[in-house]
Design a protein around this ligand. Structure first.
Ligand SMILES: Nc1ncnc2c1ncn2[C@@H]1O[C@H](COP(=O)(O)OP(=O)(O)OP(=O)(O)O)[C@@H](O)[C@H]1O
Length: 264
């Protein structure tokens, strides 16, 4: 895998005949960096991600991956560059874990050529990395939510993308697998854009954070700058507190409803 830069300029999108859901979002992310997208429910996080993995064509603005316009590439070329791990999981319940992971090779195959030794090695390595070797022959439909999530990350790795788009990648994962998956992702030579609900994770994991509110970017920068308590309070309509824990030196957020929000 070789990371590629992402450049998004003035992106907007909305449903046909509906109001704009995403308005004027721009950012430049250098190759190999991790950008976290945070914001309240409905803020537009998944919508922004959909524009980055070529699901929605922007109504305004452009996305460039490694300098190339995402919508001027063929779908196959785009799929060789960008992989996505989504909240919605596939319904190929009858396929085995290995077969789902192998689907990640499709953009790399020419014609009807099957899988060679190298292809098989890539799949095995990804299954191993995600702690799935023992489940390789299991039917996808029989897995737990967290096991399914790990299969989807494995399939994305098998795709050997330059850019990895993740929509809430830690959903369903227990704390050990959260740490393992996040540490593994950080070690990849890939550029990552991920939505996250957990601000503590965003602070620890990301090189940069973007805060969305009602479809607009209200902050973007280092986690320290973007996640300042006033911005968090505004974006999530809560009282936010940010503390530095000793002796670890890690930053932790805690939240409460503002007094006027209480209904009791
Ligand atoms: N295709 C669509 N048609 C109509 N409305 C849509 C469409 N896609 C998204 N929306 C609306 O746009 C808003 C933003 O949705 P989006 O899924 O991007 O939010 P989000 O920040 O990812 O939220 P969550 O944290 O709940 O996952 C929501 O109000 C959603 O209902």
């Amino acid at each position: 895998m070789t990371a590629a830069s992402i450049s998004a300029s003035d992106l907007s999108w909305g449903p046909r005949h509906g109001p704009a859901i995403l308005k004027g979002v721009s950012f430049d992310l250098a190759a190999g960096r991790t950008l976290g997208i945070v914001g309240a429910n409905g803020a537009g996080k998944s919508t922004l991600l959909r524009l980055l993995y070529r699901f929605h064509r922007p109504h305004g603005g452009k996305v460039h991956i490694g300098g190339g316009d995402l919508w001027r590439m063929t779908p196959r070329a785009a799929a060789r560059r960008v992989a996505a791990v989504l909240q919605e999981q596939p319904t190929d319940f009858a396929l085995s874990v290995r077969e789902i992971a192998e689907l990640g090779r499709v953009p790399h195959r020419r014609g009807l050529s099957g899988s060679g030794t190298r292809e098989a090695e890539i799949v095995e390595a990804a299954l191993h990395r995600l702690d799935l070797a023992g489940l390789a022959e299991r039917r996808f439909g029989t897995l737990s939510g967290g096991e399914k999530q790990r299969v989807m990350v494995a399939r994305a790795l098998v795709q050997e993308p330059q850019v990895l788009i993740l929509d809430e990648p830690t959903n369903h994962l227990d704390i050990r697998h959260q740490l393992e998956v996040l540490e593994m992702l950080r070690g990849l030579d890939v550029t990552i854009v991920t939505s996250l609900h957990d601000l503590n994770l965003a602070f620890d994991l990301c090189d940069e954070v973007m805060v969305l509110s009602r479809g607009q970017m209200i902050a973007h920068g280092t986690p320290d700058a973007a996640l300042d308590p006033a911005t968090v309070a505004h974006a999530f309509a809560v009282t936010a507190r940010r503390e530095r824990l000793e002796p670890s030196g890690r930053t932790r957020f805690t939240y409460s409803l503002t007094a006027s929000d209480r209904t009791y």
